[in-house]
Design a protein around this ligand. Structure first.
Ligand code: PPS
Length: 291
């Protein structure tokens, strides 16, 4: 391991992109015209995107599991990775993944937005393994957690600052066309999360899960154990990764990686950044203590 190594990115309009993400797709994503019927799944990276992409795919396919050999980031397309034309060529109604903060996300009053927040402690750990594992995207396979932690604290990672992202959405969390969930709540009660998502995206989806067998099938295929088995049968557009997308799926994994100093600094930052906002009460603060 090389202690001072930092991840490499494409710096585009002050935005860090993984190497291999065409900047022209990013630009076209900014100009995508959201429309009635679009549902965006919006996250800061590593906060549960693939999980909810999978749930949405199953809800829109009568509870069938995501098919062998397909790429989830194409079937529920990642807007800034594949660009607006790719998204426009996918069938309607569309489910679209984006990591954009609020201001960059394409908006339409009749589009819907599902925002998933994950606590920053586990997020940075997951993001570290992602960045270390995708060798061609970040050139960081020899990078340490400590080095990545510093980049995360400064917001010098792809899609920018964790807190700026979270705060850009949190004030809107009660708007009619926004469903705001946490990764931790989906894990605690996946059944309720699937029902909330189905209710939110519309009555046709609600009808699908009224069949108990279908709801059970969705919950089963959305479980961590099943998704980690299934992902090896999904096709990856990034076959060079050392780290699976479905890696550990644990709340509190940060305790295996943080020093006491890192814990104090992130806790302080969390409290400062979220003071006076609803983000402060998204998680029990005890989740961030007890090293
Ligand atoms: S990405 O690259 O931004 O799209 O990554 P994303 O999918 O948002 O986040 C990956 C993390 O989500 C975990 N995950 C799950 N946890 C619990 N249950 C299920 N079913 C599940 N599916 C994905 C995945 O394991 C990554 O977290 P870590 O902590 O690295 O395991």
């Amino acid at each position: 391991m090389i202690p001072d190594l930092k991840p490499s990115y494409i710096l585009h309009h002050n935005f860090r992109l993984p190497m291999g993400f065409p900047p022209k797709n990013f630009d076209s994503a900014l100009n995508y015209k959201a429309q009635k019927g679009d549902t965006f799944i919006v996250t800061y990276p590593k906060c549960g995107t693939t999980w909810v992409q999978n749930i949405l795919w199953m809800l829109s396919h009568q509870g069938q599991p995501f098919p062998v050999g397909k790429q989830i980031n194409r079937e529920v397309p990642h807007l800034e990775e594949f660009g607006a034309d790719f998204v426009k060529s996918s069938p309607q109604p569309r489910f679209i993944k984006t990591h954009f903060p609020y201001d960059l996300t394409p908006h339409h009053p009749e589009a819907k937005y599902i925002y998933i927040a994950r606590n920053p402690f586990d997020c940075v750990v997951s993001f570290y393994y992602h960045t270390q594992g995708f060798i061609k995207h970040y050139n960081f396979s020899e990078g340490t957690f400590d080095s990545f932690f510093e980049c995360f604290m400064k917001g010098e990672v792809d899609w920018g600052d964790y807190f700026a992202h979270l705060l850009s959405w949190i004030d809107r969390k009660d708007e009619e066309n926004i469903l705001f969930l946490t990764y931790e709540s989906i894990q605690e009660d996946t059944r309720s999360a699937v029902i909330k998502i189905a209710d939110f995206i519309g009555p046709d989806y609600r009808k699908i899960i009224e069949r108990e067998q279908t709801l059970e099938a969705i919950i089963y295929h959305a479980s961590f154990s099943q998704m980690s088995k299934d992902q090896s049968r999904w096709s990856s557009e990034r076959p060079d990764t050392l780290t699976p997308f479905i890696r550990k799926g644990k709340i509190g994994d940060w305790k295996c990686h943080f020093s006491a100093d890192q814990q104090n600094r992130l806790m302080k930052k969390f409290q400062e950044k979220t003071a006076g906002t609803a983000a402060l009460s998204l998680w029990e603060l005890s989740l961030f203590s007890g090293l």
